[in-house]
Write a protein that binds this ligand. Structure first.
Ligand SMILES: [Zn+2]
Length: 58
């Protein structure tokens, strides 16, 4: 039995911790079994670190 890979959007939302706890757990357990998604996530985290969020100065 193989889980379908979550969409990039879902991975992004997972990364930002904006998923529902249920979905968050689903993605998490998928990541344990799916090396591809782990790499996608690692790359996303890396690129996010390199490009910091714009600082809003007001
Ligand atoms: Zn996957």
């Amino acid at each position: 039995m193989r889980d379908p890979c979550p969409e990039d959007e879902a991975l992004g939302a997972y990364m930002d911790h904006v998923l529902s706890p249920e979905r968050q757990a689903e993605v998490e357990s998928h990541l344990i079994t799916c090396r591809i998604c782990r790499e996608v996530l690692a790359l996303a985290i890396k690129s996010k670190t390199l490009v910091p969020d714009p600082v809003i100065t007001k």
